[in-house]
Design a protein around this ligand. Structure first.
Ligand code: Z5A
Length: 211
């Protein structure tokens, strides 16, 4: 029977380069002969992608914080149980663009939902499942916002103020300090070649640690 795959998530404030580094990490894993899937949250299955659409679309109706939180976890339940866990059980690695750290950062740090409430839903939906490694791409908020804004139209989250993203960055960094074994904090404000080299190095390390 194949050993369980590694579950690796990519986190950070908007525009820090998660998509770019997921592609870079994929190239490295291919060169190592690792079988893997790439996915994202919210989303990753047709139903969870439909929930993503609900969450990201700017709307006139104010969105209640609890509604937003429950939709994040509804999408996660579908994604985790129908896509992520089956892949891990087959021995595939899972590279995921955001996971529950984003909920602690955005809904917790950003919106002010209590950590206890998020932790209760984390246990309900995930049981003991947590990422094996979290790559936290960290850069000044303005750097990521500038990069993201060059892309054009802003989604419902991207329309928030700098202070919202600053609280998110602070929450991510606090979480990384609290469990340093699980987090790799990468300076995402550095030139692209440097960030990519560091992320590739981490992929090689996670692979060699299992040999
Ligand atoms: N959300 C939430 O609230 N709660 C949750 O639990 C979850 C999510 C799971 C969607 O996420 C929203 O959902 C998100 C949080 C919320 N909202 N926000 N903000 P998303 O991940 O799809 O959206 P995003 O954070 O806005 O990601 P993004 O804008 O797609 O950015 P990215 O993937 O981190 O960056 P990128 O596309 O790789 O790079 C952006 C540009 O910068 C691009 O032109 C690159 O070529 C360039 N780039 C990348 N790296 C560099 C370096 N090092 N130097 C120079 N230029 C660079």
């Amino acid at each position: 029977m194949a050993s369980r795959g590694q579950f690796i998530t990519f986190e950070g404030t908007e525009g820090v380069g998660k998509s770019t580094q997921l592609a870079n990490a994929s190239t490295t894993l291919e060169s190592l002969g690792v079988d893997f899937i790439v996915t994202r949250e919210p989303g990753g299955t047709p139903m969870a992608e439909a929930i993503r659409e609900l969450l990201l679309t700017p709307r006139d109706e104010p969105v209640n914080d609890l509604t937003e939180l429950l939709l994040m976890f509804a999408a996660r339940a579908q994604h985790l149980h129908t896509r992520i866990l089956p892949a891990l059980e087959k021995g595939q690695w899972v590279l995921c663009d955001r996971f529950t750290d984003a909920t602690f950062a955005y809904q917790g740090g950003g919106r002010g939902v209590s950590v206890d409430r998020i932790a209760q839903l984390e246990t309900l939906v995930q049981g003991e499942v947590r990422p094996d490694h979290v790559i936290l791409l960290d850069a000044p908020v303005e750097t990521g916002m500038r990069r993201a804004r060059q892309r054009g139209e802003l989604d419902r989250f991207e329309q928030e103020a700098v202070s919202f993203f600053q609280r998110i960055r602070d929450t991510y960094l606090d979480r990384a300090r609290a469990t340093p074994d699980r987090y790799s904090v990468v300076d995402a404000g550095a030139p692209l070649e440097q960030v990519s080299a560091r992320v590739s190095e981490l992929m090689c390390k996670f692979h060699s640690d299992l040999l």
